[in-house]
Write a protein that binds this ligand. Structure first.
Ligand code: CTP
Length: 407
């Protein structure tokens, strides 16, 4: 059987309102707007008059293709504050100044951002940005506590260098973190994996030869990270156990970094004790150097060869007793079906996601993958070429079906 290809972006079909207030970090809101659009959001921007001192409404108008409302009295739409607020699936206020939060906490509405916040029933995400002493002030902290109590979510502020040159807490969270926080928030509101604990493994392992060399493989970790992000976006509580990769930890995911198979096994053993699902997308090394040297190995004068003795690593999936719904991967270069079926049985999996890593657009380091699912019941499902994020959702769709039948 063959499934339909579909384009799925994390914020497809979501109407997001971005409220921009008057902070020097308002320029970063342009990057945020662009990232929200790239993630598929239908975006509308509202700004305070103070924000307009820092960045032009035209910037956001160009990024969104829509009018930006600053002054509700001159807005093209009658009752703009109510209409914008009504159609929002979420309101993101980034950057949010101390003054904005004081107004939100007391219900005052001097501008379009606070008006929209008061008139919406959608979830609100606030990304504060200000001087560190303003952030630490009891008045600001009391406002934050009030807003949290009413259900507002916060992302940041981060520690670091502030506009004044001082160091401290007050930097606007990075746009990618704000998008991650929004996806997590929307997932927790209505995702089908809410309340589920899932564990994902990703990336290669590095097995030491000596303190500076290792045996490894070409896994980039992209597939596993996409699986972790997709689960977060559907509301799951996600633990990601990752080997050495050059990828940023996804916001809202508990990340455990490991180097070797032994460390990965230990972390997964702990994480899967109470999990509802385990998706093993990592590429653990099958063998490791038998006797890693504790000092850097030096070559002898004239030495032309070097023998490295390898010993078998444990099979992580086979060693772990449970984990809930168990999903494995099979990266093959030949006899895909035969090898995938053998692994499905040996590793006691509910299904295995197999791919031919030599096929165009599939395998290590790419952003797309073409996979075939082999199920414990014997069925086979070939999926079209998809982005790794879409493959990730295809996996969770099938895990969710199994939750449905196991619940
Ligand atoms: N796996 C594991 N522990 C290992 C090796 C692999 O748990 N030591 C998992 C992988 O994460 C994957 C599945 O087993 O989900 C299949 O991995 P793969 O490397 O394709 O298969 P192997 O069983 O190692 O077999 P081979 O390398 O001979 O193809």
């Amino acid at each position: 059987m063959t499934s339909e290809a579909r384009v799925r972006l994390p914020l497809s079909g979501q109407r997001i309102v971005l409220g921009v207030t008057g902070s020097i970090s308002a320029y970063k809101a342009a990057d945020l707007a662009s990232k929200l659009r790239q993630a598929g959001a239908e975006l509308e921007v509202v700004m305070t008059p103070a924000a307009v001192q820092f960045i032009a409404p035209l910037t956001f108008q160009s990024l969104t293709g829509r009018d930006v409302v600053v002054d509700m009295f001159s807005a093209r739409e009658a009752e703009a504050h109510v209409e914008v607020a009504r159609r929002a699936d979420a309101l993101v206020i980034a950057p949010a100044t101390a003054d904005c939060m004081a107004n939100l906490a007391t219900g005052r509405t001097p501008d379009m951002v606070t008006l929209t916040a008061l008139a919406t029933t959608a979830p609100v995400l606030i990304a504060p940005a200000m001087d560190n002493q303003m952030w630490a002030h009891p008045a600001t902290q009391a406002n934050v506590a009030t807003l949290r109590e009413r259900g507002a979510e916060f992302v940041g502020p981060n520690d670091g260098r502030l506009a004044t040159g001082r160091m401290g807490a007050g930097r606007l969270a990075e746009p990618a973190e704000i998008v991650g926080a929004l996806l997590r928030l929307l997932g927790l509101q209505r995702g089908d994996l809410r309340g589920r604990r899932v564990v994902v493994s990703a990336g290669p392992t590095h097995e030491p030869i000596d303190p500076v060399r290792f045996v490894g493989n070409r896994s980039s970790g992209k597939m596993g990270f996409a699986i972790a992000e997709a689960a977060r976006d559907r509301g799951a509580e996600v633990t990601l156990v990752a080997g050495p990769v050059a990828l940023a930890a996804p916001y809202g995911v508990r990340c455990i970094s490991v180097k070797t198979v032994a460390e990965m096994l230990c972390a997964l053993d702990e994480a899967t004790r109470e999990s509802d699902a385990l998706v093993m997308a990592a590429a653990p090394a099958d063998f490791r150097p038998a006797t890693p040297a504790d000092h850097k190995l030096k070559k002898e004068p004239g030495q032309q060869r070097m023998m490295l003795e390898l010993t078998k690593n444990p099979d992580i999936l086979a060693s772990l007793p449970g984990g809930g719904v168990r999903v494995g991967f099979a990266a093959e270069t030949q006899n895909l079906a035969q090898y995938a079926r053998a692994k499905l049985t040996e590793k006691r999996l509910d299904f295995i996601v197999a791919n031919d890593v030599t096929a165009a657009g599939s395998g290590f380091g790419t952003d797309t993958n073409q996979v075939t699912m082999f199920y414990a019941g014997g069925e086979v499902e070939e999926l079209p070429l998809m982005t790794k994020y879409e493959v990730a959702h295809a996996i969770w769709d099938r895990v969710a079906e199994r939750f449905g039948t196991n619940a």
